[in-house]
Design a protein around this ligand. Structure first.
Ligand SMILES: NC(=O)c1ccc[n+]([C@@H]2O[C@H](COP(=O)([O-])OP(=O)(O)OC[C@H]3O[C@@H](n4cnc5c(N)ncnc54)[C@H](O)[C@@H]3O)[C@@H](O)[C@H]2O)c1
Length: 597
């Protein structure tokens, strides 16, 4: 038996426990990741950040205060707060602590007609703009296209000139694994509909990675009644998932893991098992044991061969030491392991498993490592998600700036009433109310389409105005959205018109949302695909109950999802062409009204 983990007995969700977790908000405050084994290097000084809560303002208005609380929240629940590293390998919220402190001081002083400019995590300028302009504009990890390589980036990063912003880290929109939980659920639910009659009961999902995003996988599989086996090389991440109630049990013994998942799949019980092992070692060995999972995917941070993926044969500490001592060798070994890992995924596909990439660029990295057949399976967006994006149905999120979970519950109940006719919304809100613990500032997600986003925001603005909530609400969305990202191995993989690599759309998205008056508008490069892999745009609006904000909501919640519908209509998707006409969107070159807005 595994010497490390006491095998926690599989248990059903205990509502009392969840109530406890939901009211006692969960924060991950770490000591510094401390000493890299053998390297004798301290990776940053411990520092504790928590978001302010309650009705008191530290800034000159709620828009600045709301963005400040989002920044604080992002850091508080990030994976390595001491280094301002939030998720997805080495994605940061600010370039360094000096920058962080200056951002905080500037937001506290920023006027209602000023805009703060962020250049890759460094506050570089503030300008007088207008009351309806964004309060923060941020650009992260932008490199001139021919120079957008990891080598150039690492050199700039080492000289303090740049940081990796990913999606929601550099845009201060991170809400922990809650942010991806519904997306993982929606992806797997569609996979289940297409292959297994709509359920994962009696099915095994094999994957890897229990990091910031990957740790949503076991719970999402469980929501669909299935059994998951997740390889994770870092014992601390396994423990964290167990403690958070997202994971049922763990072992370091392959035989034990196989026995557990096979038994649960046979009996039809939902179960999640973490296997404390390196995926590049474990996947081939699991295949040799005869394990034949129904679904195989991966959520290690394979997109980043230096800071994201741990090569086979190293403990986490040894890997940290090697990364510092010999980064070139580290990357060579990581890429070789990624190649082995991907080859095992292909072997599972050959023996009947449904295999897909879940947005971590593992195919592209294996191809870099010389695997000729790396693109032998598809990404999750063309397989399962694109019909949603065609009608701008995407992952919206909102945070109670009060810090009071009761605000989220009030909005939940209002949503159940307002969207009673749409089971895709109400079913999820029901699951989330019962089973999704808060992490950091109380938050919620829901996939909402073009019309529903404005309807939702208007409803919340009314609730704030009526005093039904303790404080304003921040509304944001994933960068993985209809018109806000170009990522040819992910969101824009295999577009109908072949426009996968066209990045004008996210740039236009950021520009038009700035014109329309979002509170924070972000334009990032790299994202979940790594250097040179994507361009994406983020948006946050602070819903403060005022008429002036309602006017901005009326604009920005048309421009943002509207461009997503138009982007897909322009590519020729029939559902998007219909949505352009139905919603009176003006797209002069497309059939439909085409009137000037
Ligand atoms: N599908 C999506 O929509 C989506 C969304 C967000 C992120 N992502 C991508 O998913 C990946 C994971 O994101 P994250 O935020 O969880 O990253 P993270 O860095 O927080 O976690 C990665 C985890 O993988 C583990 N790991 C690394 N190498 C391993 C190996 N060889 N074997 C086993 N475990 C290993 C690490 O210990 C860590 O726990 C990233 O590539 C990210 O870009 C995809």
């Amino acid at each position: 038996m595994d010497p490390i983990f006491a095998l926690a007995a599989p248990h059903d969700f205990d509502p009392t426990l969840l109530t406890h977790v939901r009211t006692g908000v969960e924060y991950w405050i770490h000591e510094s990741e401390a000493l890299a084994e053998g390297a004798g290097v301290t990776v940053g000084a411990a520092r504790t950040v928590r978001p302010a809560t309650g009705p008191a303002l530290r800034c000159r208005g709620w828009r600045q205060e709301g963005l400040l609380r989002m920044l604080e929240n992002t850091v508080a629940i990030g994976e390595r707060p001491a280094d301002l590293v939030i998720y997805g390998g080495a994605a940061q919220a600010a370039r360094n602590w000096d920058c962080y402190d200056t951002i905080v001081a500037t937001l506290r002083d920023l006027g209602d007609d000023e805009t703060l400019l962020m250049q890759s995590g460094k506050p570089v300028a503030r300008f007088r703009t207008t009351p309806d302009s964004p309060r923060v504009l941020t650009s992260s990890t932008q490199l001139v296209p021919r120079w957008a390589t990891w080598d150039v980036f690492h050199d700039l990063q080492a000289r303090g000139l740049m940081m990796y912003g990913q999606y929601t880290a550099g845009a201060w929109q991170y809400i922990g694994r809650q942010g991806i939980l519904q997306s993982t659920y929606e992806t797997l639910a569609e996979c289940a509909r297409q292959h297994f009659g709509g359920t994962l009961r009696h099915r095994i999902v094999l994957t890897a990675g229990l990091g910031a995003m990957g740790s949503a996988q076991p719970l999402a599989v469980e929501f669909l009644g299935g059994v998951s086996l997740i390889c994770e090389v870092d014992e601390a991440k396994v423990r964290k998932s167990l403690d958070a109630g997202y994971l049922r049990t763990a072992t370091a013994d392959i035989g034990e893991a196989v026995r557990l998942v096979n038994a649960a799949a046979t009996s039809g019980d939902a179960l999640s098992v973490a296997l404390h092992a390196n995926a590049a070692d474990a996947l081939p060995r699991l295949h040799e044991t005869g394990l034949r999972p129904d679904v195989v995917t991966d959520q290690t941070a394979a997109h980043d061969a230096l800071d994201g993926y741990i090569p086979a044969g190293y403990t986490v500490g040894e890997a940290t030491a090697l990364r510092i001592r010999d980064p070139d060798r580290y990357q060579r070994e990581a890429l070789a392991s990624i190649r082995t890992h991907l080859a095992a995924m292909l072997a599972y596909q050959d023996t009947g498993s449904v295999v897909f990439e879940y947005g971590n660029a593992i195919r592209e990295q294996a191809a870099r490592a010389g695997h000729d057949g790396a693109f032998g399976f598809s990404g999750f967006v063309p397989l399962y998600i694109r019909p949603n994006l065609c009608v701008a149905r995407g992952a919206c999120r909102w945070l109670a700036l009060s810090g009071d979970p009761a605000d989220i519950e009030t909005i939940d109940r209002a949503m159940l009433e307002r969207f009673a006719g749409d089971a895709s919304v109400t079913d999820w809100i029901g699951i989330a109310m019962a089973r999704v613990p808060h992490q950091g500032l109380p938050a919620r997600t829901s996939w909402l389409d073009y019309r529903q986003r404005l309807e939702f925001a208007t409803m919340v603005n009314g609730l704030v105005a009526a005093g039904a909530l303790a404080a304003p609400v921040a509304m944001s969305r994933d960068h993985l959205d209809a018109g806000s990202v170009a990522q040819p191995t992910r969101e824009t993989e295999n577009m109908l018109d072949g426009s996968d690599a066209v990045a004008d759309w996210p740039v236009l998205n950021a520009l038009v949302n700035t014109a329309a008056g979002g509170d924070l508008v972000a334009l990032h490069q790299g994202g979940g695909s790594g250097m040179g892999g994507s361009v994406s745009a983020g948006l946050t609006i602070i819903i403060d109950g005022t008429d002036r904000t309602q006017a901005r909501l009326d604009r920005v919640l048309r421009t943002d999802p509207g461009l997503g519908v138009i982007r897909h209509a322009d590519a020729g998707y029939p559902a998007s062409l219909a949505a352009v006409a139905e919603n009176g969107l003006a797209a002069p070159m497309l059939p439909g009204p085409g009137h000037p807005a």
